[in-house]
Design a binder for this molecule. Structure first.
Ligand code: SF4
Length: 164
């Protein structure tokens, strides 16, 4: 909780695309760093991943979620305005663990599915790709505290880089 709400994982090479998709859709996005690495303990030298924060003050609701139209996803939830161009992390979801394959227990769709079947291959590929991209030998790993969360936790949530 002290690091705040985590946003949608964005790979460095996806950041520009997300910003330009937001502009095209007339949407405001906040993309903060997520994980940084460095050789020394002074400051992060390279950012391995970013995070796109939700619209609400408590960090919920992805800015690309279409909450105003009547469009619905095949699972019945709100539709994604950039579905064909959604980030790698969204392509991986609900697979959150590759070996053994594990699904996010909070995924409402998965609540009804139970254990993963053979049809999560493309999600798994995306997850493995993320893991490869985030693999590092750097001695120092940094995490960015977003400062965003529930109003009652406001005073507890930090902002900025922290060495983990
Ligand atoms: S699938 Fe779309 S709406 Fe859902 S988190 Fe990803 S970008 Fe946002």
């Amino acid at each position: 909780m002290q690091f705040g709400k985590i946003g949608v994982l964005i790979m460095p090479e996806e950041k520009k695309k997300m910003t330009s998709l937001a502009e095209k859709n007339d949407i405001k996005v906040t993309i903060l760093p997520r994980i940084g690495v460095s050789e020394t303990k002074s400051e992060p030298e390279t950012i391995l991943a970013y995070q796109m924060m939700g619209n609400d003050p408590n960090g919920n609701t992805c800015p690309f979620l279409d909450t105003t139209s009547s469009k619905r996803s095949p699972h019945g939830g709100y539709a994604c305005k950039i579905y064909e161009n959604r980030p790698l992390a969204c392509r991986a979801y609900p697979v959150i663990q590759s070996s053994p394959v594990g699904l996010d227990p909070k995924c409402k769709f998965c609540e009804n599915c139970g254990t993963p079947s053979g049809n999560v291959n493309s999600e798994l590929e995306s997850l493995v790709l993320i893991q490869k991209k985030m693999d590092t030998n750097a001695p120092c790993i940094w995490r960015y505290a977003t400062g965003i969360g529930e109003p009652q936790d406001k005073d507890l949530i930090k902002t900025g880089w922290f060495l983990v």
